[in-house]
Design a protein around this ligand. Structure first.
Ligand SMILES: *[C@@H]1O[C@H](CO)[C@@H](O)[C@H](O)[C@H]1NC(C)=O
Ligand SMILES: *[C@@H]1O[C@H](CO)[C@@H](O)[C@H](O)[C@H]1NC(C)=O
Ligand SMILES: *[C@@H]1O[C@H](CO)[C@@H](O)[C@H](O)[C@H]1NC(C)=O
Length: 202
């Protein structure tokens, strides 16, 4: 009878240990997309959605192997350190945001990519190109001027192309159709300078 009592106690502790052991290995370790029961099961900056799977908190995003939730644009911050898991970002007016001349990667809110500066630079959306060059589009991942516009370095914009004998106000508007000769704007009209075309296609 005494032995039975001891056995019961031992059994109790064995069961308790295995339960608490299971609990402690799970807490804070369940990755994004994996099964959970409670928020505390999930990795830091994540919660247990519908008591089913771990999901990153708002303003956090998962890394490719789902083992971490990192800061993303919009996260409240008091200094740049909070935003340091983002690329090319900083703490701006209390939230993590892209640094100047960077814009948010459409596929990853923790990543900031260079804003296009000249036509031919990388882009993800047409707005990015329009914002910088006006009459431009994002085609195959590069900013391009729309048809019958060309990029002018002096203005940093896509300007309406004026051909031979078209009216003009600046020489940079004038382009010969196949870039074979250099045109200039003279008396409000694009005329040939007689020089050979040297400028790059834009
Ligand atoms: C998103 O960008 C961040 C910062 O560059 C990077 O650490 C993270 O792995 C990226 N996430 C994905 C899913 O590629
Ligand atoms: C963003 O993701 C989409 C869909 O997965 C993909 O087609 C596209 O190429 C990606 N864009 C960039 C710039 O990585
Ligand atoms: C384009 O313009 C920038 C300044 O706006 C200048 O630094 C650069 O040399 C110019 N490039 C060409 C090819 O004219």
């Amino acid at each position: 009878m005494y032995d039975q009592q001891i056995l019961k106690i031992l059994l109790f502790f064995a069961v308790f240990r295995s339960l608490s052991c299971q609990q402690s290995t799970q807490d804070g370790t369940v990755k994004i997309g994996e099964r959970c029961e409670r928020d505390r099961n999930c990795i830091p900056h994540a919660f247990c959605r519908s008591q089913m799977t771990c999901l990153c908190d708002q303003y956090y995003s998962p890394i490719p192997d789902n083992s971490m939730c990192i800061a993303s644009a919009g996260l409240s911050c008091t200094n740049d350190l909070v935003c340091s898991s983002m690329t090319n970002a900083m703490c701006r007016q209390g939230v993590c945001a892209c640094k100047d001349s960077y814009i948010l990667d459409i596929n990853n809110s923790s990543n900031c990519v260079s804003r296009p500066l000249v036509v031919g630079d990388r882009c993800q959306r047409t707005d990015e190109c329009q914002d910088v060059f006006d009459r431009a589009m994002c085609i195959n991942g590069r900013c391009r001027c729309i048809t019958s516009y060309h990029f002018v370095n002096e203005t940093g914009k896509c300007v309406s192309t004026r051909f031979l004998y078209n009216s003009c106000t600046n020489s940079y508007e004038c382009r010969s159709l196949h870039y074979e000769t250099v045109l200039e704007c003279r008396n409000g009209e694009c005329v040939s300078t007689g020089g050979q075309g040297t400028y790059a296609k834009g």
